[in-house]
Design a protein around this ligand. Structure first.
Ligand SMILES: [Zn+2]
Length: 173
C-alpha cells in the first residue's frame, strides 16, 4: 500500500499523468536554480521554434505557400497534361487531393504555433532578464530538493523501504 492517506485528494495516477509527474520532477531536480530554469526554458522554446520553423520552410518549399502552385512539372512535347501529371513520380500531391489539403492545414497550424512561440518568446525575455542574489538561488535549490527529491537517492530508498514495511510481511520469521 503506497498511497499516502494524509493526502485528501490523490492526484490522477494514469500512465500519462505519471509520466508527466516524473518529467516535471526531473526538470525541477536537474534545474534547481532560477538561472537553470531560465536557461532550460529558453533552450526549450528556441529549439521548438527552430525545429517547427524549419519544418514549415521545408513544407513551403515542397508544397507551396498554400496558394495554388504554378504548374512546374516539365511536360514532354505532345503529352497531354493529365498523363504528364500521372507519370511525374516526384511531383507533390495534386492541389485538391485530401493529402494536399491535410498538408496545407498542417502548414497553417504550424504557422499559428510559430506565431504563438514568438509571442511567448517576447514575454519570456522579460522573465529571463532577472538575476537574483546567491541566497535566493540557494533557496531555489532547497525548495527543489523538497519538491522533487532524487527517487534513486540511497537514503530515500532506504527510508521508503522502512516506511512500507508492515508487520505481516510473509518474509518475517
Ligand atoms: Zn491522468
Amino acid at each position: 500500500m503506497h498511497r499516502r492517506e494524509a493526502v485528501p485528494e490523490e492526484p490522477c495516477q494514469c500512465p500519462d499523468c505519471q509520466r508527466f509527474y516524473r518529467e516535471h520532477d526531473r526538470l525541477i531536480r536537474e534545474n534547481a536554480s532560477l538561472r537553470q530554469q531560465q536557461e532550460l526554458n529558453w533552450a526549450a522554446l528556441q529549439s521548438f521554434r527552430t525545429l517547427a520553423g524549419r519544418v514549415l520552410e521545408e513544407l513551403q518549399k515542397q508544397y507551396g505557400d498554400g496558394e495554388p502552385p504554378a504548374p512546374e512539372a516539365p511536360r514532354a512535347a505532345g503529352t497531354p497534361a493529365i498523363e504528364a501529371g500521372k507519370t511525374a513520380s516526384t511531383a507533390a500531391p495534386a492541389p485538391e487531393s485530401p493529402e494536399a489539403e491535410a498538408i496545407h492545414q498542417a502548414m497553417a497550424d504550424l504557422e499559428n504555433i510559430n506565431a504563438h512561440l514568438f509571442s511567448i518568446e517576447v514575454l519570456m525575455e522579460r522573465i529571463f532578464d532577472v538575476r537574483v542574489p546567491e541566497e535566493v538561488e540557494q533557496k531555489f535549490r532547497e525548495v527543489a530538493g523538497e519538491l522533487a527529491p532524487d527517487p534513486l537517492n540511497a537514503d530515500r530508498l532506504r527510508l521508503n523501504r522502512l516506511l512500507h514495511q508492515t508487520p505481516d510481511l510473509p518474509d518475517r520469521g
